[in-house]
Design a protein. Sequence first.
Lengths: 355, 189
Amino acid sequence: MINIQRIIILMVLPTLVSAELIPLADSTLKKIDGEGVGIVLEDFVFQAGEQVNGGTFELSGLENSNGEPVVFGISQFYVAGSNSDRGINVIDNPVNLGRLLYPYNIELRDGNDIGITDKAVLELAAPAKVADLSYFEVLKENRIEQRYPGQQVALGQRVDSFIGLNDSIFSSRQGERADLGIRFDLEVNGSQSQSLENHIKDLAIDGSYIRLWGGESRVEAEINLNLYATQLEFRACDSLGSNCGDSVNFNNIGIEAQLGDGSFQPVTFEVTAEGQFSLLVGSLEGKCATNATGGCVAGAAKDRLAEYYNTGPSSNIYVDNVRIGDAPINTVGNFGRSTVSNLQIQYLEVTSHDL
Amino acid sequence: MIKIMLVILCFFNTLNLLALEPLAEEEMQQVLGQGGVYLSGDITINENGGPLNDLADSSNPAIWQKNCTGVSTHKRCGARIAVNAGDGANSGWLVLDNIRGRFSFEGMTLKTRKIDTGFGGDGALFNNNVLEIGLPNTVSYGDVSYTLANSSQARPTDTGFNQTDILNVNLDGDVSLRGNLLLFPTGNP
């Protein structure tokens, strides 16, 4: 009898408990903002290659014009701290990539915040810049000329001249810019024919990112690629890796390439049904209704295009000095400074073809 | 009598009407993990081609009937990853093909670490915990190879299969990989 009573009491007991799930207050929920995962590489060194670690490290599958197989034997591939001296000082020369306050970041973002309407966007980002500015300082002037003879004077501004570099935008500090490089031998038909070297000094990619989202029927992207380096060097040596020729140096390089503008002009990468790859920066054709003379009809679509032309993606490239060896300025072998400003890619299609 | 007392005791226990309470930030911070984990790994994939490499069954497609032992020079042995970034039916596949070989490492560590100093002044401002993955100094590759390719079909057995190999990578030996990979939430989670 007592057992039955006990069982009944025990069965009833749970219903007496008035515990409940406590709702999370708005203030608590607000803290969960879905931000990402920060990544920092501390004291990082990477080195691979046949000459430094032994073994085999080869890229193959290429042929020269005679149909002979060409193999890239990689002697050294390294990522290290600055002053690596063309890959000599690597293992004891580590580098911090990313800062705790400006890390590499992987994040799912709300597309509505970044011009990609109603999409969840995967963003892979390098350390952000301290200020969202270009590395290049240019002087602009108002246009005062006609774009075509007999037509109206063009409005707006254009780049007049390059006046300097803004080093203060970098979040990566001087010791946090990596040296990386590759030395490889070309083996043609089994015999080693030449040795090539590329080295990049003090590389920073601050402000670069790639955003990926699902478009109508494919993956779409927006790419912002920033590369800054104090030197990019190419050099060729004989098959033994010695007797190197003069190097070709690109000094103080900055590349700021913006490809695509959200879902308005997406970048797509896909393989065609024939098995060839295709890179596409979307066309602007048909983005607005046109009038009889081919111009855009006034309205939201035209305003959006005007915004694209004025503040949309653009690319800048700057090379302070291109030279062979140590050729001083104003001598043969020194090609001086090159700049490309405000290049706007309005359509790009790259497709591979079999030879 | 003892039984009645037992029942009453049961009752006492359950009279405490406790709900699950959220842990305060301060209390959470007191929770310490273990010292960490030391990992070593060794993985060999598709050394002899793979499960579909069946020479005995002649009904297998020819492309999956290759001898993939160490002395073999056949190109197509190993795992295949095909990714379609387009709309499936009307587009092709980006392929990592012929993936095979052995990867091994010794001494990868996994632990949490509080950072409140160093890092050129960032540590004190950061003042938080990170997940630290200690890279293993050396990763050994044993006859690792793979092929980067574009393909018209996901699998070599699909009709209309057509593939353009872009390049082959072959790696046999050590790779130095030093440092710590620090992972932490960004923003204010």
